[in-house]
Design a protein around this ligand. Structure first.
Ligand code: SF4
Length: 206
């Protein structure tokens, strides 16, 4: 049986426990970096050959790798990732919607951002608990007892994320406005919402 694949979406592995507990199955920062660079090369080939495949990789640090490898391509700073008009124009968003969100006009479908919770995403579990994302267990409230609007606007955790109030490496990094590190990894590893994403090779250089 032939299978035609037109869209491939990869999502970074976010351990639900501390990284040291799963070091035998998780990629190291260097391996993640090499994987990101490999995907950049693969993407370029897909574009050059006009191959009908849309490829995406959800990992905030990949935004930084893309920005470094493709400096002529615009990475959308996190605070602009709420669909400003010029961004929609740049990504030809209307056309993208007609063809499907993951149209092939750009390898960066439909736009590039880093860690999204607090900017235009949060997560509601089936029991009503609100968390920053499906991978981040931090409790923000529950829809049965809290107003969603108040959680969104007043959550101290989301305000740390959206104000980019990070410590150490991610806090000093020039790429934090387009990346910000995986907040789920940082919180699960250090129990601190401002901590750095330990899986980024680059944070060792900041
Ligand atoms: S140091 Fe932090 S903000 Fe900078 S690229 Fe790495 S994960 Fe992203």
């Amino acid at each position: 049986m032939d299978v035609t694949v037109t869209k491939l979406e990869l999502i970074d592995f976010v351990p639900s426990e501390r990284a040291s507990e799963v070091s035998d199955i998780a990629l190291s920062p260097l391996e993640l970096e090499k994987f990101g660079i490999y995907l950049c090369r693969l993407w370029k080939r897909i574009i050059d050959k006009d191959f009908p495949l849309s490829l995406s990789y959800r990992n905030p640090t990949f935004t930084r790798i893309l920005a470094q490898k493709f400096p002529n391509v615009r990475a959308v700073p996190l605070f602009k990732a709420i669909f400003p008009r010029n961004t929609l124009k740049f990504f030809n968003f209307n056309e993208s919607l007609e063809r499907g969100m993951w149209g092939s006009q750009t390898p960066f479908s439909p736009f590039i951002t880093g860690c999204k919770p607090g900017f235009y995403v949060f997560h509601i579990k089936t029991n009503g608990d609100i968390t920053p994302c499906p991978l981040n267990p931090a409790y923000l409230g529950n829809v049965k007892t809290h107003r969603i609007k108040e959680v969104w606007q007043n959550s101290k955790i989301l305000n740390i994320y959206r104000n980019l109030k990070f410590d150490k490496h991610c806090g000093k990094c020039i790429y934090k406005i387009i990346c910000g590190g995986c907040r789920a990894k940082a919180y699960i590893e250090f129990g601190d919402h401002s901590a750095s994403d330990y899986s980024c090779l680059y944070n060792k250089r900041c």
